[in-house]
Ligand binder design. Structure first.
Ligand code: URA
Length: 257
């Protein structure tokens, strides 16, 4: 068996911790990954390298490459944005990141301090919990795409205002159209209400799969809320299980309950 790297050990212990918090205590380790040549072609997560561009690409990679170019165009359109007041205090625009051929796209509210500093979504404490939630589904962060309703940090992490969301959400819609996920998971009320155009409580918004544009959408709690109220993690896990069932994903052994 290949020895685990310290990073892999850390990731596994984070996942185990999340399961424990859900009251799940029995685990097994998957058999070793198949040799590389037997694995499906992984989609790229950002612009194509020049070496990759030089050779003709297999179909899946060509699609990813087109998506990458389209996303680059959206990012270029955003530019050094000053369309709303959030631009004044931001350090970096947090565009979004992940697998361009993702089945699942997570949508949060807006960047926090860590995200603003690094220019990447969900890299702080809430991001760590999101990683664990994704990992509990038997997949990895690299398998999904992650973006936010607003791309600049609201000062002091306040809730983004209506006009700020309205100004920024066309870019999110373009990202969704390009990625074409099979399902979007709206993280928290801001994402859910903005995407669905519904002003309802989280209790009412959760628990069902919506038709949304040409895809589907489910709502769950924002990881930052789960950090404040960990008792709701079991409810969030139910939401994720609903998403997994919709996609025909099998939960890792012992994670069904
Ligand atoms: N919260 C969000 O909604 N998005 C992030 O990227 C980080 C924290």
């Amino acid at each position: 068996m290949t020895p685990l790297t310290p990073e892999a050990k850390k990731a596994i212990s984070a996942r185990v911790q999340f399961y424990r918090e859900l009251g799940i205590h029995s685990f097994y380790r998957r058999s070793e990954a198949p040799p590389l040549e037997d694995q499906p072609i992984m989609a790229k997560t950002s612009s194509a390298t020049s070496a990759a561009k030089a050779k003709p690409l297999p179909v899946i990679q060509q699609v990813s490459s087109e998506k990458g170019e389209l996303l680059d165009a959206v990012r270029a359109d955003i530019g050094d944005c000053t369309r709303c007041r959030l631009s004044k205090e931001r350090t970096n625009i947090v565009f979004g990141t992940g697998n361009l051929d993702a089945d699942i796209m997570f949508v949060g509210e807006g960047p926090g301090a860590d995200e603003d500093e690094q220019g990447l979504p969900f890299v702080g404490r809430a991001g760590q919990l999101l990683n664990n939630m994704i990992s509990a589904m038997g997949i990895q962060r690299e398998d999904v795409y992650i973006a936010n309703v607003v791309k600049c940090r609201p000062p002091g992490n306040r809730t983004p205002e209506r006009d700020e969301c309205d100004t920024c959400s066309p870019f999110l819609m373009q990202q969704i159209e390009i990625i074409k996920p099979k399902i979007i998971v709206a993280l928290g009320a801001v994402a859910a209400k903005n995407l669905l155009g519904l002003n309802d409580s989280m209790a009412n918004l959760r628990g069902r799969i919506y038709d949304f544009k040409n895809t589907k959408l489910a709502v769950t709690y924002h990881p930052a809320y789960l950090l404040r109220d960990p008792r709701q993690k079991a409810e969030a896990w139910k939401d994720l299980q609903m998403v997994m069932k919709h996609l025909g994903m099998t939960a890792p052994a012992g994670k069904n309950g």
